[in-house]
Design a protein around this ligand. Structure first.
Ligand code: PMP
Ligand code: GLU
Length: 397
């Protein structure tokens, strides 16, 4: 008996694997510092938990419509209007089991076999796998460090073909933390309209943005770009709700309907209790989000100050999300205990083994000589982890 080609070709998510490994080591009593996890260390705010408890007590424990409750869709529409200047009706919203699920649904709904999706790199590692799962072809456009890893319409143009169906935009970006400016986004929007492409705009980190910058949704420029953009968002990062598994998307009614049909067979509705909790997250007090954002900004500043002192690391200043992306090319070829650091995979393996520090190698993000450090951990742990990293790098011969 044989597995499908799809199943055989898919790689497990290395971000989840690193996070799980660090958590397991901790549970075994090993003093690990985990810069791997792309998940806030904060607890879900109390009023959100209370709403979930209330939902259980009220017996809100049955199937809901497959694409989510009207109550939550309305709350999401209000959020889009108020925060992003975007007008959507509830029939344009689909709520899923996390933004990861929303994205998978999108590719299933818009791609035919062989359709190409342009993905600017560094990219979140799941995009190419999701595209392949939907029989599409990921086309990677590598951003360069000199340009803060951002791509322009001119870069994208070179990768256009008659099979190009969509572009993925992720600002603030995972893994670099860079944020596209309004003008940069406008240029990409014009490009997408000119070439009749869908834009999948992953805005999951929109609320984690620093230096006084403001998030802009690419869908908000004009009617043309609005019609072709599928906005992805969720509560995992902004409200420290990774385990609740609620993500959502907004699109024109035909796209939303197709995705809702798909979901009605694949998973039915997202968890009813988590939907109630998400209503509380979106409509309740927002000071909890700001508190977490301020804390992340403090940690980012500390990370940047410390990392600037490690001369073999090359860093682009992140202005959003909770990651620092580090080019370690200068360390390639160095030795540690008889082993050669050939790439970021080897670097991160040795670092975990010898210093008990978990970082994410960015091979699966399209950059095999870069690593990603998440600062979704306490300042105390950041300090301890950076001490160890500095010590490790200094030992490399
Ligand atoms: N997009 C990006 C860029 C991410 O980093 C993540 C992290 N998990 C997701 C989407 C998915 O988030 P979730 O499924 O937890 O909503
Ligand atoms: N998005 C987070 C990360 O990049 C969580 C893990 C995952 O879903 O990949 O680490």
């Amino acid at each position: 008996m044989e597995l499908s080609k799809k199943a055989k070709n898919i790689k497990p998510s290395s971000t989840l694997a690193v996070t799980a490994k660090a958590k397991k080591m901790k549970a075994e009593g090993i003093d690990v510092v985990g810069f791997g996890a792309g998940e806030p260390d904060f607890d879900t705010p109390e009023h959100i938990k209370e709403a979930a408890i209330q939902a259980i007590s009220d017996g809100f424990t049955k199937y809901t419509p497959a694409s989510g409750t009207d109550e939550l869709k309305k709350a999401i529409c209000e959020k889009f209007k108020k925060e992003n200047g975007l007008d959507y009706a509830p029939n344009q919203i689909v709520i899923s089991n996390g933004a990861k699920h929303s994205l998978t649904n999108v590719f299933m709904a818009i791609l035919n076999a062989g359709d190409e999706v342009i993905i600017p790199g560094p990219y979140w590692l799941s995009y190419p796998e999701m595209v392949r799962l939907a029989d599409g072809v990921p086309v990677i456009v590598h951003g360069r460090k000199e340009k803060d890893y951002k791509v322009t319409a001119e870069d994208l143009e070179k990768y256009l073909s008659n099979k190009t169906k969509a572009i993925v935009i992720n600002s603030p970006n995972n893994p670099t933390g860079v944020v596209y400016s309004k003008d940069e986004l406008k240029e990409i929007a014009d490009f997408a309209v000119k070439h009749d492409l869908y834009v999948i705009s992953d805005e999951i980190y929109e609320k984690l943005i620093y230096d006084g910058l403001e998030h802009v949704s690419i869908a908000s420029f004009n009617e043309e770009i609005y019609k072709r953009t599928i906005v992805i968002n969720g509560v995992s990062k902004s409200y420290a709700m990774t385990g609740w598994r609620i993500g959502y998307l907004a699109a024109v009614p035909e796209v939303a309907k197709a995705i809702s049909n798909l979901q009605s067979h694949a998973t039915s509705n997202p968890n009813s209790i988590a939907q109630k909790a998400t209503v509380a997250a979106l409509t309740g007090p927002q000071d909890c989000v700001e508190k977490m954002r301020i804390e992340f900004e403090k940690r980012r500043n500390y990370m940047l100050e410390r990392l600037s002192k490690i001369s073999s690391f090359s860093v682009v200043k992140p202005q959003g999300a909770f990651y620092v992306f580090i080019d370690i090319s200068q360390l390639v070829g160095k030795q540690f205990a008889g082993k050669s650091i050939e790439n970021a995979d080897v670097f991160s393996d040795i670092l975990l083994e010898s210093e008990k520090v978990a970082v994410v190698s960015c091979t699966d993000f399209g950059y095999p000589s870069c690593i990603r450090l998440s600062y979704a951990i306490s300042l105390e742990n950041i300090q301890k982890g950076l001490d160890r990293i500095e010590n490790f790098v200094n030992q490399l011969g």
